[in-house]
Design a binder for this molecule. Structure first.
Ligand SMILES: [Cu+2]
Length: 375
């Protein structure tokens, strides 16, 4: 947990200018529509390293495709997407102009354009939402969803020496209700509270270097498995925000077979070193993952970090399922949230060597990348 709860993105607007179709917010890219038209907008996150939260104030967006695959229509006010992800939405504009607003996940800036009946008109541009700090659920998974402030009093304050109590005020109080005291038993001999000021807990075990190596500084032993969390900064904003649980690919899975085999991989990192890896191994130290040609397999991704990683498997579809194995959606890029564990089925129908990586390119470049070989 050696990570700041405000560490929401690798790069901010201090470094980046956010663009829509290559145009700055001031440049105001404008798409035209005729009165009465229904308009299909294809949003492609072509950023190198930025998650965007997209909305068009005044318009409902009906999501009809994810990653180019038809889904059951779902009406939302907003969606979050990471590099590589694609959403198609249908809107029915009635006013003269609407702002297409895509704020970065860390709330330091935005890309912006206009949907208008004619050139030269624009609508109000919203303020950036306040940045929310990562919560217990983001950092500790399932157990993080159950802490109460009162329970904090019963903890050994000695173990909390050095903790920045001010940091607690930034945490979600809702997320702290109903903590299981038994689960909170802390191994005081192991946890040093060296990080930026939040409580530690039993299910985050910092493994010895001999076990996980210098590329991994934390592990989540009780991950979240629900798919209906819109993510940090979007949970209680009064808008209907798309989640993975809302996606249902029309026609169901491409292959009716259940999984014949399972592969589990952990998404790992070390925030102090800025290291990103899979199972604690950067690409350069890893060996390929092997799929048997023609097999149907379940891939389990377990995020041991506090960032969301849009995981992109080349060559074959990733068919996302719920925690109890119900088919959800066919994707080529699946965002895995902090402390989340999810799974998808793959039919290994493409012989050869394929890339599989986090689509945040700084993470990919640092080593959160594996080769898949299908033979
Ligand atoms: Cu990543």
């Amino acid at each position: 947990m050696r990570m700041s709860p405000t560490d929401l993105a690798d790069l901010s607007a201090a470094t980046l200018t956010y663009l829509m179709n290559g145009t700055t917010p001031a440049g105001n890219w404008t798409g035209l529509f005729r009165p009465g038209e229904r308009v299909r907008l294809r949003f492609v996150n072509g950023a190198g390293n930025t998650f965007y939260d997209v909305r068009i104030p005044g318009l409902k967006m009906t999501v009809v495709q994810a990653d180019g695959v038809d889904v059951e229509a779902v009406s939302v006010d907003e969606f979050r997407f990471g590099p590589g992800e694609t959403y198609d939405v249908i809107v029915e504009p009635k006013d003269e102009a609407y702002t297409i607003f895509a704020q970065s996940m860390d709330r330091t800036g935005y890309a912006r354009g206009t949907l208008a009946m004619r050139e030269g008109v624009s609508a109000a541009v919203p303020e950036l939402d306040p940045a929310e700090w990562l919560t217990m659920a983001d950092m500790m998974g399932a157990m993080g969803g159950g802490m109460s402030a009162g329970s904090m009093d019963s903890m050994d304050h000695g173990a909390m020496a050095g903790m920045n109590h001010g940091a607690m005020t930034g945490m979600s109080q809702g997320a702290m209700a109903g903590m299981d005291h038994s689960a909170m038993a802390m191994d005081h001999s192991q946890h040093g509270m060296a990080m930026g000021g939040l409580v530690t807990a039993s299910q985050i075990v910092r493994h010895a270097r001999t076990e996980y190596g210098p590329s991994t500084d934390m592990r989540v032993d009780m991950p979240r498995t629900n798919l209906d969390d819109p993510g940090i900064g979007l949970r209680n904003n009064g808008r209907k925000v798309l989640t993975l649980a809302d996606l249902s690919t029309i026609g169901g899975p491409m292959d009716p077979r259940g999984a014949e085999r399972e592969i589990e991989l952990h998404l790992t990192g070390n925030m102090e070193r800025y290291a990103w890896s899979v199972d604690g191994l950067e690409f350069g130290r890893s060996t390929p993952v092997h799929f048997n040609y023609g097999e149907r397999l379940r891939v389990i991704l377990h995020n041991d970090t506090m960032m969301t990683h849009p995981m992109h498997l080349h060559g074959m579809w990733s068919e996302l399922e719920t925690a109890d194995g119900q088919f959800q959606a066919r994707r080529h890029t699946i965002p895995v949230q902090p402390a989340q564990r999810l799974s998808f089925l793959v039919t290994a129908d493409a012989l050869g060597r394929w890339a599989w990586h986090c689509h945040l390119l700084f993470h990919m470049d640092a080593g959160m990348f594996r080769e898949v070989v299908v033979t």
